[in-house]
Ligand binder design. Structure first.
Ligand code: UDP
Length: 454
């Protein structure tokens, strides 16, 4: 469709999963599709609903989710996904049927784009005779590792004795068994969730928040057993407008603190929206940061039972660090990583954090905790070589050495240079005629073609 104006009457329905690391890339995808002329409807659960005032250009459609406190309690992700898929199908079907019925002449819902976790959307699309597309907010390398679990089970490689966890996984270099996502639930639940969310189903296309040159080999594995249209359009945050996608209140005061620090001197510490540090780990991290000699910006999330992050940190720490440290409950992370003062990222290696760091040339210390993070960490440290994995117990001396090793000492030189090289390649891919730029245009044409084929 040549005339972007004509797309305004084409409504694309987005169904994000209600977790920070999933909502952000979906809203960014909405933003770039909106910039291509489409109208956007965001169908979201009541739990962790996005803030509509940050996106006045979208229509927000709350979907009743009937989730219990047990479903939404931390550390219960597979159960949460199961309940959402059980509870939300009928409400989404009814809401969309209502919208489609009410639409004015010329306006059309053209397709549903759903997060891989929200697989119930496929049945809704099929009922309403709409094409649907699967949006992946995880790395292709992780999805591939996940997809291979049944094969490894059938070939007797898993479950694996603890003494053999460091062995390389056949066919999945550079992953070791210890990196595999087999510990996010019982093996039975893990495989069931994988079958439902990752395996090829009835969608018309896969949209992936990744970059071709980073994950070409893994991406190619998803073109089988049946060829499917695949659009790698990442990192989306580099193409979307900077509007906030945060579920939590962002403390922007750290930016003026960063403005006062020397270039590339600050280590930024954040472990995302789901992982937590134990009290003992917080104490070791605090003293490790203090003795590293580097200025640091640390995100310390407090649970609802604690109103101040300082209550979680050791006595005397605040006085010791003075102005050399800045601690916030939630940072404007993308801005932080793009700031000249930041020279290293102590990260849990969630896929968004990974893309955000790679995009700004910030080398990482990888401290993965759960889910996809161990796979991402292994790729960061052993494939792209833009980070170093921290595999010791969290202990102050080891923390100090890891930070100095990455940011100051000669041993980190190659890692720092590799991070800059990857940043350049990512910039190239999102600029005019780059792979993600072209893929996004291809996606817009593909969506427009649904209108024509009707
Ligand atoms: N994030 C943020 N402020 C913080 C910490 C994290 O805005 O203080 C954002 C970060 O930029 C990323 C998301 O939260 O986009 C976390 O997603 P990720 O996939 O990295 O990890 P998850 O939270 O899913 O474990």
């Amino acid at each position: 469709m040549e005339n972007q104006g004509l797309r305004k009457c084409l409504h694309v329905v987005l169904v994000p999963a209600p977790l920070q690391g999933h909502i952000s890339p979906m809203l960014q995808l909405g933003d770039v599709l909106h910039s291509k002329g489409f109208s956007i409807i965001v169908a979201h659960t009541i739990f962790n609903s996005p803030n509509p005032s940050n996106h006045p250009e979208f229509i927000f459609l709350p979907i009743s989710d009937n989730l219990s406190d047990h479903d939404t309690s931390p550390g219960n992700l597979l159960a949460l996904f199961k309940s959402i898929n059980k509870n939300c199908e009928e409400p989404l079907r009814q809401s969309l049927a209502h919208i489609m019925h009410q639409q004015e002449l010329g306006d059309r819902v053209v397709c549903i784009i759903y997060d891989q976790i929200m697989y119930f959307s496929e049945a809704v699309a099929s009922h309403l005779k709409l094409p649907c597309m699967n949006f992946r907010t995880i790395s292709a390398s992780f999805a591939l590792a996940y997809k291979e679990i049944p094969r490894l089970l059938a070939e007797g490689y898993i479950p694996r004795q603890n003494s053999m966890l460091q062995d390389l996984v056949p066919g999945l270099f550079p992953l070791r068994f210890t990196d595999m996502p087999t510990d996010i639930g019982s093996l039975e639940d893990v495989i069931e969730n994988m079958e439902l969310s990752i395996n090829t189903r009835n969608y018309s296309a896969i949209i992936w928040n990744t970059v071709d040159h980073l994950e070409q080999t893994a991406l190619a594995q998803f073109l089988q057993p049946r060829p499917v249209q695949l659009f790698s359009v990442g990192p989306l945050h580099k193409m979307a407008s900077p509007s906030s996608t945060s579920l939590l209140e962002v403390d922007t005061s750290c930016i003026s603190w960063l403005d006062k620090q020397a270039p590339r001197s600050v280590i930024y510490v954040s472990i995302g929206s789901l992982a937590f540090m134990e009290e003992k780990e917080l104490t070791e991290m605090a003293w490790g940061l203090a003795s590293s000699g580097q200025p640091f910006l640390w995100v310390v999330r407090t649970g609802s039972e604690c109103d101040s992050e300082w209550k979680l940190l050791p006595k005397g720490f605040k006085e010791t660090i003075g102005e050399r440290g800045c601690i916030v409950k939630w940072a404007p992370q993308r801005k932080v990583l793009a700031h000249d003062a930041v020279g290293g990222f102590w990260s849990h290696c969630g896929w968004n954090s990974t893309l955000e760091s790679l995009s700004e040339g910030v080398p990482m210390i990888c401290w993965p905790c759960l889910g996809d993070q161990k796979v991402n960490a292994r790729y960061i440290s052993h494939e792209w070589k833009v980070g170093q994995q921290f595999e010791h117990e969290l202990e102050r001396n080891a923390i100090k050495q890891a930070i100095r090793g990455l940011m100051v000492n000669k041993e980190g030189e190659n890692t720092r240079q590799n991070a800059m090289d990857i940043m350049e390649k990512i910039r190239f891919s999102v600029n005019k005629e780059g792979s993600s730029y072209n893929s996004l245009n291809g996606l817009a044409e593909f969506i427009s073609s649904f209108q024509l084929s009707k």
